[in-house]
Design a protein around this ligand. Structure first.
Ligand code: AMP
Length: 183
């Protein structure tokens, strides 16, 4: 199973990705987690990414695409993956399609998380990560709308949409049901 999760910041993608990765037995690959690990480890990539992340802006594609390309080349990703936070732009989606095509593969499905905006802001303020201040949250939501939402059209043939308001267990159940109906 090669799966991409799409949804606005605060939609619960990371939480669901962790559960679904166990259920589906594929690695959870989060571009945000990869960036944060690089920032914590004070690597050159982390230094390049930090100012963008702190501002709620997207890290430039050449940095992001290369990081994800390397992660997807690792042994555990060969049986499938669950990508969380990547792609976030149509050019990134084209790069991903190219990486998969090099290996004669394509995505199985794209799982979209739908959550009303008031609920997103509430959840993010409760989470309290370093980039979860109200101003930066607003910026990330605006970036989602302008840069990432066009992906829904790009992926229309692979899109599986679920209502992502409810308990963690309810949402996992909806995701698994929707994916099973699709594959
Ligand atoms: P996330 O953990 O997915 O909320 O990502 C946190 C931050 O990392 C984002 O606000 C961006 O600054 C950066 N980031 C994560 N994934 C990407 C991506 N695919 N493209 C560009 N920037 C990204």
């Amino acid at each position: 199973m090669r799966l991409v999760l799409v949804g606005p910041p605060g939609a619960g993608k990371g939480t669901q990705a962790a559960v679904l990765s166990t259920e589906l037995d594929v690695p959870h690959i989060s571009s945000g987690d990869l960036f944060r690990a690089n920032i914590d480890g004070e690597t050159p990539l982390g230094q390049q990414a930090k100012s963008y992340i702190d501002a709620g802006e997207l890290v430039p594609d050449e940095v992001t695409n290369e990081m994800v390309r390397q992660r997807l080349a690792e042994a555990d990703a060969q049986r499938g993956f669950l990508l969380d936070g990547f792609p976030r732009t149509t050019p990134q989606a084209e790069v991903l399609a190219g990486i998969l095509a090099e290996n004669g593969m394509e995505l199985t499905a794209v799982l979209q998380f739908e959550v009303p905006e008031e609920e997103l802001v509430k959840r993010l303020l409760e989470r309290g990560r370093a980039d979860d201040t109200e101003e930066i949250i607003r910026r990330r939501l605006a970036v989602y709308r302008s840069e990432t939402e066009p992906l829904l059209e790009y992926y229309r043939d692979k899109l599986v949409t679920i209502d992502a308001v409810g308990s963690v267990e309810e949402i996992t159940g909806r995701a698994l049901d929707a994916l099973r109906a699709r594959i």
